[in-house]
Design a binder for this molecule. Structure first.
Ligand code: TYM
Length: 331
């Protein structure tokens, strides 16, 4: 069976973008792939995290993933720092990837901003750790949102370069799986920006744990334009906010943008917004309830992640040992 690996950062406020771009697809893929899902705490500390907040966030993300339908009896769910193979392979990839490749990473440029000199070295080499996450399991497919595409291209470059340098075909070339109608969910207040955990306005995103009242208020306030809902897909390219709401709606219902346009095109945004609100609440409310229950037993969540880490080690240890042999280390 082909093997899936994907990861998510425990940096708080998982939102509808994470849910539609990643989590919902992770859940669906479980029936046709062997799946390994990782809470990437080592990525999280590339920007400073308060220790007590980080621990809480790791457990919260675990609860969100389980409540959303990650089946811990079949899929592997764990936190990255418990499995040392990620860090070991990342070092080898630090020595494989070229500085020129890392300089092209747009996410580093966005996150470091003007303060590049003050960004951590970890933030700079973060895509190498991401490649190590995937290749320590020789995963073949990686479900992600659109924003991770460039990092996956780098993963392929690293695998190719390693294979060429050591005259081997050891690493597979991973395939990104960017699925559904909401691969890049946008900020509710500004359709040109991605929905993100770090935006200062909470009204820019729907958090997975938001109450029904909050969801309703946020969708009501979501920016639109003064025209009716677009009635053809050609209109979407210059009506970013409308496109975003239609995309979210389509992804939640599991249908195409065109189907939503057929039902709502030419009508008023308030009708679309009311139905969209109901649809989001219907999807997220049961998840929110289950999250609360799971968080009542943090020891159990910790145990689930620990067990997952043991299973992850069984797969990644022989892979990384083999890499060390290929490189010429004594093992
Ligand atoms: P992270 O934690 O930023 O996001 C987790 C997943 O959510 C997707 N996503 C979105 N999808 C649609 N619209 C949005 N606005 C949106 N925001 C986030 C992301 O594409 C991602 O799939 N580097 C990764 C984590 C990672 C990883 C890996 C992923 C580490 N190692 C190995 C895959 C394989 C990250 O920071 O994702």
């Amino acid at each position: 069976m082909d093997r899936i690996f994907s990861g998510i950062q425990p940096t708080g406020n998982l939102h509808l973008g994470n849910y539609l771009g990643a989590v919902q697809n992770w859940v669906k893929l479980q029936s046709s792939y062997e799946c390994i899902y990782c809470i990437v705490d080592m990525h999280a500390i590339t920007t400073f995290q308060k220790p007590e907040t980080l621990i809480g966030n790791i457990l919260e993300v675990a609860s969100i993933l389980i409540a959303s339908g990650i089946d811990i009896n079949n899929s592997i769910l764990f936190n990255q720092s418990r499995v040392a193979m990620h860090a070991e392979l990342a070092w080898i990839f630090n020595c494989t990837a070229k500085i020129g490749w890392l300089n092209r990473m747009t996410q580093f440029k966005d996150k470091a901003g003007k303060n590049r000199e003050k960004a951590s070295a970890g933030l700079y080499v973060y895509p190498n750790l991401m490649a190590a996450d995937i290749l320590a399991y020789k995963a073949t497919h990686v479900p992600v949102g659109d924003d991770q595409k460039q990092h996956l291209e780098l993963t392929r470059d690293i695998a190719t370069s390693f294979n060429d340098n050591y005259k081997t075909d050891f690493f597979p070339l991973v395939e990104p799986l960017i699925l559904g109608e909401a691969t890049r969910v946008m900020n509710l207040r500004d359709g040109s920006k991605k929905m993100s955990k770090s935006d200062e306005s909470d009204f820019s995103r729907i958090n997975i744990t938001d109450s029904a009242e909050k969801i309703s208020a946020k969708i009501k306030k979501a920016k639109t334009d003064s025209l009716p809902v677009p009635d053809s897909s050609s209109e979407l390219s210059n009506r970013l906010e409308a496109k975003n709401l239609i995309g979210i709606f389509a992804a939640l219902r599991g249908i195409s943008l065109q189907d939503i346009i057929k039902d709502y095109g030419g009508g008023s945004f308030s009708v679309l917004k009311d139905d969209l609100t109901e649809c989001i609440i219907e999807e997220l409310q049961p998840v929110g309830k289950e999250i609360k229950e799971l968080l009542n037993n943090k020891d159990e969540l910790d145990k689930i992640l620990k067990d997952g880490a043991e299973r992850a080690k069984e797969i990644s240890r022989p892979v990384v040992n083999e890499v060390k042999n290929i490189v010429g280390f004594l093992t």
